[in-house]
Structures are given as C-alpha cells and as structure tokens.
Design a protein around this ligand. Structure first.
Ligand SMILES: Cc1cc2nc3c(=O)[nH]c(=O)nc-3n(C[C@H](O)[C@H](O)[C@H](O)COP(=O)(O)OP(=O)(O)OC[C@H]3O[C@@H](n4cnc5c(N)ncnc54)[C@H](O)[C@@H]3O)c2cc1C
Length: 443
C-alpha cells in the first residue's frame, strides 16, 4: 500500500507553483492539478489583438512592496526588466468635468495624509471596525470618499464599509512598486514553471477525502489519485462556493475562517487609444473624478502605462460587483460613459471601439479578485497555518500573514510556507525562499 504521489498541489497559481517547484526540487513525487488551461491563475498576461498585441495583465500587474517581495529577486535573476512606477499615477483629478486646481489637489493630498493617520491609529485600537467607521471623524471632508474608495475598493478590492481597518493596516503595501516588462502573468508562467513536478491542466478537483489509509484521495472527472500530503491553493471564493467537497467536512474553525475572508472584486477594462496625440496626457497619467460617496460607481483610469497605447480602467468593491453582475457589455458602456464624463464627448475619438473586460467575479475558478478580512477576522488569515490531520495544507494569497495578503508576493510566501511543512512531513527539506530583504530597488 503506497500513495501515488508524495504531494498533490491543487491549483497552478503563484502559491501552487511556488510550492510544487520547491517540493519537486527537494525530491518529492509531486503532481499539480489545475482546473484551467494555463499556469499562473490570477497572474495572467494576454496579448489581445484589440490592443494591438500589447501585453495586458488581466490580474496582477505590479510587484508591490518591492523590498520584501520574493518575486523581485526571481524576476531579476531571470533578466526580466522591472521599472519603477514612481512618477506614474501623475494624478489628473476631475471635479465636475474640469481638472482640479492646485489648491484642490493640495487639499486632496492633505485628506490622504489625515486618512492614513486616523485609520492607522484606529487600527491599533480594539475592537476592530470597518475602514469607513474608522475614519468617521473625517466625514464632511470633500475628498474623503475619493481617498477611501482608492484605499479600500481599489487597493483591497473591498468596500470601505466592509473591510477591516486592521486588515487594511496589516497589509498596507508601502515601498517600491515595480512594473514587469512583458507582463507579470507572463513572468510567472516563465519563471515559476513547476519543473520536475507532473502537471495536469484542465483537471478540476471536485472532492478531497483527507483521512484515508494512504493519506488523501483527490478526485474529479479525471478519476482519482492518492497522496501522502496535499496543498490546496484555490481562492476562498472557490472554497466557499463548495466547488471542492471535503470528506470529512472541514472543521468549524476553518469554515469560520473562510467566512471571515470573503472575496473582494477588482475589475479592469482596457481601451485602445486611436488618436495619435493621446489627449496630451503623459504616459502613466491617472484620470478619475472626485467622488461624493464611496458607494458611487466610478472608474479610475491609468493611461498609456508601460509605454503602451491603451487606457486601463479599474473599479472594485461593492460597486465593482454590481457592475460586473451586469455583464461585459454594460461594463464597457459604463466605462466609456465615465471617460466621456471626465474628458468630454470630443475626446472620445481618441479611443478605439473595442474593449477588453476582465471577468474575475464570474469565472468559476476564482469568483473574485482577492480575499479581504471582515472586521474582527484578521486572525482568520492564520487559520490554515497548521495542516489538517498533519497532511492537508491550504495556501494562497488569502492565507498570507506576512503583510502581503492579496498579492502575488503573499501567495508565493504562503505556498513556500506550505511546501516547507510538507517537506518536513516527508523527511525532505526545502531551502529558504528567495532573499527579499535587499535594498530598495533602483528606479
Ligand atoms: C484584477 C486583479 C488585479 C490584481 N493586481 C495585483 C497586483 O498588481 N499585484 C499583486 O501582487 N497582486 C495583484 N492581484 C492579486 C494576485 O493576482 C493574487 O493575489 C495571486 O495571483 C493569487 O495567487 P494564488 O496562487 O493564491 O491563487 P490563484 O492564482 O487563484 O491560483 C489558484 C489556482 O487554482 C485553480 N483552481 C481553481 N479551482 C480549482 C479546482 N477545483 N481544481 C484545480 N484547480 C483549481 C485556479 O484556476 C488557479 O489557477 C490582482 C488580482 C486581480 C484579480
């Protein structure tokens, strides 16, 4: 009686690839089962004809907190160009169809500082609360909704009325922010290939029996395999939807943790630029309007980033879910309407007629962008630190406790941590993750 594999990794996103590569290199008989037809999961670069074949990252596109992001040394070692985004996001904030004045921009910057100071102070106190409640004393400030929407709905993919202020603070992504030449998804697929591990694409796992004689049995339409250990890296959205049935059911503590870490949504819409002068706005500009309410539907645009000839609109949080539910056509129409509102009807000739719309909220392999903690639930991120029955690990961005939750760096570290635990169980050893404690990256 011996299991087919030492370890089966469910999911070939960043966490799964990091774990599988480390374990295969350590000598484990490792199998990766991936539901989709590609590597990288939420790190996914496409080169759509609509955008003239330019690289477009549907999911992750920046290496945040570069000084402590393990993917930075990996990209550097592979010779992949990284560029600082300092100076990008030169903000073009619009108020009632006109650019904000210098005075208004100064007020905006001051609100940002007050927001961070107040929210950080509140995050240090108990009990935990929402970001929205944490900054209640700033209500009435004309820039509050704009700052709160950026910090919560765009960065954390969760509405300020839903997101824990402690979770916001613990995962603030300070430090360098790097763009990846050729796309972050392409970099992940190239540099994190699981090497000697066996890889099966288009192979969704639908059932995991985790207390069998051999250890575990993982099954789906493909059949079944047995393993001594397993690492499940699917999103909390997929787990909460019950797409994988566990036998026996997951313990109450793990179910409660899942409930505390729902998926937020961040969506993107890309529009090609048709006009040659690109509206006179410099590459890396951002364009959005002052909001009156965080519940307002709004799109934040990044223009001609990475030397490319397209604009990318971002929207997230509750408004993002509502828009995504209306479908790609409605989303594209709303995005153009926002651009018209920002730039005027005449400027619309600067954009081509096609759009690329991401679908993370409805794709059954993800069901959202990344997980956020509800108030009082930050400890849930550590709920999977201990393997179930000493053999079933969970990894992925949601379970990162290194201050990089929700990011590719966090997914990588979480996958590596699970690999270290599995290796110990198998009597193997994996090295420390790539050194990411280096100096600040050069611009
Ligand atoms: C729009 C958007 C923008 C983002 N921007 C950034 C950014 O700029 N920087 C950053 O660091 N992060 C960003 N992120 C977050 C980042 O992409 C994720 O945190 C990270 O990629 C998650 O990796 P993971 O391995 O945890 O999960 P995943 O990438 O979701 O990997 C899990 C894998 O499991 C597979 N799977 C699902 N169900 C099954 C099943 N039943 N059986 C087998 N396989 C299954 C999935 O197909 C997937 O490949 C962004 C995400 C989105 C959506």
């Amino acid at each position: 009686m011996s299991a087919d594999f030492d370890v089966v990794v469910v999911g070939a996103g960043v966490a799964g690839l990091a774990a599988a590569r480390a374990l295969a290199e350590a000598g484990a008989r490792c199998l990766v089962l991936e539901a989709g037809d590609r590597l990288g999961g939420r790190a996914f670069t496409e080169f759509p004809a609509t955008l003239g074949g330019a690289a477009f990252d549907h999911g992750a596109s920046w290496l945040h907190a570069a000084e402590r992001n393990p993917l930075v040394p990996i990209a550097r070692a592979a010779g992949i160009p990284l560029a600082s985004t300092q100076g990008d996001w030169t903000r073009q904030v619009m108020i009632d169809g006109r650019p904000a004045t210098a005075e208004e921009k100064a007020a905006y910057a001051a609100t940002w500082e007050r927001f961070e100071a107040v929210a950080r102070q509140r995050a240090a106190a108990d009990p935990d609360t929402t970001v929205d409640d944490a900054v209640a004393e700033l209500r009435g400030d004309p820039w509050l909704a704009t700052v709160a929407t950026w910090e919560a709905s765009l960065i954390a993919a969760a509405d300020p009325r839903d997101l824990s202020v402690k979770d916001w603070h613990l995962n603030e992504l300070s430090g360098g922010n790097l763009r990846v030449g050729g796309g972050l998804g392409a970099m992940v697929a190239r540099t994190l290939h699981p090497g000697a591990a066996e890889l099966r694409l288009r192979t969704p796992v639908t059932r995991i029996a985790w207390q069998t004689r051999d250890g575990l049995t993982l099954a789906g339409e493909f059949g079944a395999v047995s393993a001594r250990t397993a690492i499940v890296t699917v999103s909390t959205g997929v787990l909460c939807a019950g797409h994988i049935a566990f036998a026996p059911a997951l313990p109450a503590a793990q179910l409660a943790a899942l409930d505390g870490l729902p998926m937020g949504l961040l969506s993107k819409v890309a529009l090609p630029a048709a006009g040659a002068d690109r509206l006179g706005l410099p590459p890396g500009s951002s364009l959005y309007r002052r909001l009156d309410d965080p519940a307002e539907r709004a799109v934040f645009f990044s223009l001609w980033s990475q030397g490319q000839a397209h604009a990318v609109g971002f929207f997230g949080g509750r408004a993002g879910w509502a828009l995504a539910a209306e479908g790609a056509d409605a989303t594209a129409a709303f995005t153009r309407e926002e651009l018209r509102r920002l730039l005027g009807a005449a400027a619309m000739t600067a954009f081509g007629p096609e759009t690329v719309v991401t679908r993370w909220g409805t794709d059954p392999h993800f069901l959202g962008a990344y997980a956020y903690a509800k108030p009082g639930c930050v400890a849930a991120r550590a709920a999977m630190d201990t393997p179930l029955a000493g053999r079933l690990w969970f990894a992925g961005e949601a379970w990162c406790t290194d201050g990089l939750a929700g990011t590719v760096g966090g997914a990588y570290l979480s996958g590596w941590r699970a690999a270290t635990g599995v290796a110990r169980t198998l009597g193997l050893s994996v090295p420390a993750p790539p050194d990411c404690s280096g100096p600040a990256p050069s611009p």
